[in-house]
Every structure is written in structure tokens, then in C-alpha cells.
Design a protein around this ligand. Sequence first.
Ligand code: ADP
Ligand code: MG
Ligand code: ZN
Length: 455
Amino acid sequence: MKIKLIPIIGLEVHVELKTNSKMFCGCKNDPFGASKPNIYTCPVCLGLPGALPVPNKKAIELTVKLGLGLGCEINRESRFDRKHYFYPDLPKGYQISQYEKPFASGGELKFRIQNSEFRIIRVRRVHLEEDTGKLLHRKIDGEEVSLIDFNRSGVPLAEIVTEPDIRSAQEAKETAKKIYQIVRALGVSDADMEKGSMRLEANISLSEIKEKGKRKKEKGELPDYKVEIKNINSFRFMERAINAEIERQEKILESGKKVQQQTFGWDTEKQELKPQRVKEEAADYRYFPEPDIPPIVLSDDWILKIKDQISKLPEEIYEGLIRTGIAAAAAKVIVGDRELAEKINGIIREIKEIGDIRDIGNWALHHQEMIKEKPVDELISLFKQGREGLVSDSGQLKRWVKEVVEDNVQAVNDYRKGKEAALMFLVGQAQRLAKGKADVSLVKDMLSSKLSSDL
Ligand code: ADP
Ligand code: MG
Ligand code: ZN
């Protein structure tokens, strides 16, 4: 019988938290700013015997903030655990992490994919751990050597784990982007993927569905294996890596074989999967409670205080901009940049007296850098001046609109068939004729009334 295979994907996202000091010691947390390797180190983050960890309160605060931003419940009692494995970048032979009692659990991400319906991806947990040192492979005097830089060792690292609710590589990319936006909006991490302060891992399996649409497995039952792709440093590479892995698994399953539980990395240069170590089971990590740190109890008041600090999140800002009349494409760019979004929101709040401020989206896209540099009141007058320089003469605008309608039959038909996005395309074409000087909101009104009248 022919089978249909559905991708089952869960993500693990690590972000280095923006604190002054490291997770369990007073060393500076600035691995990328350090002038030399191994300058921000002490007995604790070098894992020397007898050194005792003291948890960083700020890191816990940022983790709780992140949990709240992802819609999680904050656990009133949490605990650190030791996770054991052996690798040269982990000097203690274990990582202090969280296992059974993370700071946050049970959240969800709700977002639209390509302006279509809402998707909900559940967030299983957000926990706090310490980053490892960094291994550098070099050739010195003709010899291959591995060097270790402990500047990163003990940097606070939050891990976000989703449920396996994701069903395609594209959806995985959108989920990761959504997490990125939230992390940036909350200001808990730089989340710079090129530097490695945000790192992505994807877990992938394929679930079989019988041809008739009846699931071979019970609803909700997951495949009994998963393949993990670790250390991916871009959204685009993650999408590629997942698609490559889906294809690989399809071939194996279609030939009647079983997929081995395994871990891959993504080779950025060759753009292909590369096999890594055989994946440990939880039992191999020999988790047990960290005896040197008592359980952490958080009060309702403390959690409420953090809740109050959280400013509006991207989805809300996005919906707000759309309600203002700003085009979806512009709103997306604005929301993706926290500083820009704050300024634009500031301008919108102050400028309500101009009845129509839809142009602000376009204006923001063309002046992003300037907007970030100047204060809001100055920006408001610049925006107003910019509008004054716009062509609003209706005779001239009508000529542009007429030309655009005649030259873009396809888009005109699309719009008449109900494709709203075609209207913005036509507005864009008019703006091109006008060399950016047309009053966008007037053009939009003219176009839409012209297109609905000359049917
Ligand atoms: P582990 O203990 O091996 O880390 P978890 O059950 O904690 O495994 O899950 C880790 C990640 O793998 C989560 O993001 C989860 O959603 C995902 N995951 C779990 N089972 C599957 C599966 N069968 N297929 C794909 N992803 C899965
Ligand atoms: Mg994992
Ligand atoms: Zn230290």
C-alpha cells in the first residue's frame, strides 16, 4: 500500500543571555568582545575542583521574562541539575542545566504563515543552563591542534524547546524567526546567529499515513525515532537542512527500512548534512540535582514585576501597524527591528492629527537608518515635511494611475478577482513612475475607486 509521509518537527533554540557576568561566577560575560582567549575565567568557569557555583539572578530574571514572552507558565519552584557528558570544552565533565523543573513550561507561539491562517506551535519548556568553552581547530608548526577558549564557558544560556508540532521546513523557519523576534523584542539576548549567540537545532521524523487518510498510528502518537540536526546558524540553512533530511528519510522509509536515531550537523560550506556523534539517551546523561545550588523559589510578586516590564510583543505591534493602514510588507520589516518599531510607534502615537498616516510604512522603509538616529519629535517634523514634498495634484496622480492600470492588466484582473495584494503592487508601480514622490494614500484611494468603478 502506498504511504504518505508527514514531517514531524520540533525545535530546540539556544540563546546566550545578555547579562554583565557569567551564570555561576563573577567573570565578565562578553565572549565576542574579548581581546584574547581565556581572559574572562576563574576557578568556577574553568571547572577547577572545589569551586562553588553561585546562580546569577539577572539570568534567572531574563529566563523568566523569555518564558512569559513565549506564553509559558512560570514554575514557582525550579531546580538546577547536572547533565554529564565528556567533551574537552566542558571542563567539569558535566553541564549545570535544568531537567525536571525548568523555570518555564507550557507556552505557545501563534503566528501567521505568509498572511494565511494562524498556526499554533506549543512551547514545551524554557530552561537555563551554562554555555561551554569554544574549541578552535588550528594548524600550528605543521601540527593539527585543538585549542580551547574558556571566555564563553559559563555564559548563561537559555534553551527553548518546542513540542513536535511543526509540519514543514518552511514552518520550522517561521517558528524560529518568531522566536528570534520575541527574544529581540524582550531584549534578553543579542541573538546574533552569525556569532553564535543564537543557535538552532531541529528534530525530525516522518509519520506514516495510510492512503485513505486514516492514520497508521494513533492520533498524537509520534514515530519511535527522531533525527537531530545541531548547531545551525541561519534560518535559511535550517530550512535547507530540514528539507534535505526529510528527503533522506523518505528514501529510507520508502525502501522499507527503518531510520536510525542519529545526530547530524550542517556543513555550511558544502551545504549538506554531516553525521555527528551517536545521540545519547537521557539516561546516559545521568542527570541528578545540582547539590551545590538549593532549589529556586520565585514569588508571585517577583514574577508580576517582570511581567510588567514586558513591552508589547511583535505580533501585537504588527497587528497594530496593520490597523493603522500600513502595508503588510512594511509592517513586517518594522516589527523585525525593535528600535525602528519603537520609533515608528512613537511617531504614530504623536501624530494622530494627520488623518492619514499610512505613508509612514513606506517612509520608514526608505529612512530606516535615519529614523534610528533621530529623536521622535524631529522625525515627526521630517515626516510632515516629506509629505509636503509629495505630489498630491490630482491631475498628475490620475495620469500615473491611468498608465499603471493600462500597463498591468494581469494585476488589475487579480485585484478584481479579490487578490488584495495586487492593489499594493499597482500602488508600487505608480510610485515608480512618480519616482517615489506620489502621495501613496491618495494613489491607493484613486486606484481602488477606479478599479471598482470601471468594471
Ligand atoms: P530528548 O530527550 O532526546 O532531547 P525530547 O523528547 O526532550 O528528546 O525532545 C527534544 C525535541 O525533539 C523537542 O523539540 C521535541 O519536540 C522533539 N521531538 C520529540 N519527539 C520527536 C519526533 N518523534 N519527531 C520529531 N521531533 C521530535
Ligand atoms: Mg536535544
Ligand atoms: Zn568565571
